[in-house]
Design a protein around this ligand. Sequence first.
Ligand code: T4K
Length: 414
Amino acid sequence: MPPLKSRIDDLAIFGGTPNFREELHVGRPNVGQREAFLARVNDLLDRRWLTNDGPFLQEFEKRISERLGVKHCIAVCNATVGLEIAIKAAGLMGEVIVPSFTFIATAHALEWQQITPVFCDIDRATHNLDPLCVEQLITKRTTGIIGVHLWGRPCDVEALADIARRHKLKLLFDAAHAFACSHNGQMIGNFGNAELFSFHATKFLNTFEGGAVVTNNDELAAKVRLMRNFGFAGLDTVMSLGTNGKMSEVSAAMGLTSLESLDSFIETNRRNYHLYQQQLTKAPGISLSRYQEDEKCNYQYIVIEIDEAVAGISRDLLDDILWAENVLTRRYFYPGCHRMEPYCTADPQAHLRLPQTERLAKMVLCLPTGSAISSAEITAICALIEFVVKHAEAVKQRWSIKPLFRHPWRSARS
Ligand code: T4K
C-alpha cells in the first residue's frame, strides 16, 4: 500500500496513485478448507452421484436443521428460486407486502408468479419493515407479508407475526443475509411460516450458488420438497406443480466445507466489524450500522450511512472516490425496488409513501469485509474516509472543476 494521502491531489480520483493495487470487493467469497472440499469432489465423482437428493445434499440439510434447531431444511439451487417455491407453497397470491429496500430478487420472486409486491416503508434505525406502515397497506387482496432481515439484522418479528395473525396473512422471511443470526435467543429460520437463506458466492457461507427454505411446518415442508423437484413423488408420479430448484452435490459439498469453517468466518467478520467501529469514529457524518451483539450475528455486511449535511460530502462522491482507490464499495440497495422495472412503471408514485426508503437509499454504502481483506486494509480504508471527510469542501470544489476518474458504471447510474 502506498503512504496515506496527505494532499487532495494524492486522491486517485484526481490522478494520484490508487491506495490499493488490487481491487477490494464487497462480497469476496470465503473459501473454507480447500483439501476437504476437493476430497468431497473426488467422492462425488467416484460415486457418480452429481445431483438429485444426493448424500452430500442430505447431510448438508441435516447439519443446517441441527444448527438452527429447525425441523425442516430444503436446500435449493439459489435463494431466488427458493423464495419463488416458498411463495407458491404457502399459497400467496394477489398482493404481498414487502420492503422496497432489498435486493430485487425479493420483489421479482412475487412478480414472476403474477403476485403484486406492495412496497412498504422501513424503520429508519433498523432498515427493516416498519410494522405500522405494513398495517396501513393491507387490502382485501393482501395474502401475505415477506419481511427481509436486512444485513442479517432481524425484523420486528413479533409485530409482524401479530399483524399476520390478526389479518390471517401468511408470513415469510427473506433471510438471505441472516444465516447463523438469532432473535431473542432463537435462531433465524424458526420464524413465520418459512424462512429463506441464500448461500450465493457473495454470502459469508456459500455453496457457489444455493439457498435453503427452512420451516417448522410439516405440511409446508412437504410441499416445498415436492415443488423443488418438479412435483415428483416417486419415479413417475407427479403430485403438484413444481420446478427445478435442486441443489447439486458439488454445491452441497461446498456447503458442508463452508459449514466446517463457519465459526472462523464469523470471527473474522466480527473482528473486521470492530475494527471499522473503532476507526470510523473520527469522520463526522459517517455512522456504522450496529449489530445487536447480545444476539448471534454473522456481521457479514459493513454498512455505513453518510449524512451529507454533516460529512460535507455525498454518498455518491465518496463512492466514486473509493472506487478510484480500488475499494469497490456497493450502494446496496439503491435506488430501491420501487424505482426499478417493472415496478416503477406499474406504480410511479410509490416513492411518495416510502420516505425512509428514499432517504436511506441515498445514504447507505457497503464496505468490504470477509476473509479476503486484512486489518491493515481496513485501517487504510477508514483513514481514506476520514481524510475525504476532513477535506470535504476542497474535494467537492476540485471535483466540480476537473474530475479525472469516471466511475465505470457511471453511465448506468443516475
Ligand atoms: N434476497 C436478498 C435480500 C438478497 O440480498 C439476495 C441476494 C437474494 C434474496 C437472492 O439470493 P440468490 O438468488 O442470489 O441466492 C450480489 C449477489 O449476487 C446476490 O446473491 C446478493 N443478494 C446481492 C446482495 O449481492 P450483485 O449483483 O451485487 O453481485 P456482483 O456480481 O456484483 O458481486 C458482488 C461483488 O462480489 C463484486 O464486487 C464481485 C465480488 N464477487 C462476486 C462473485 C460472484 C467475487 O469476488 N467473486 C464471486 O464469485 O449481487
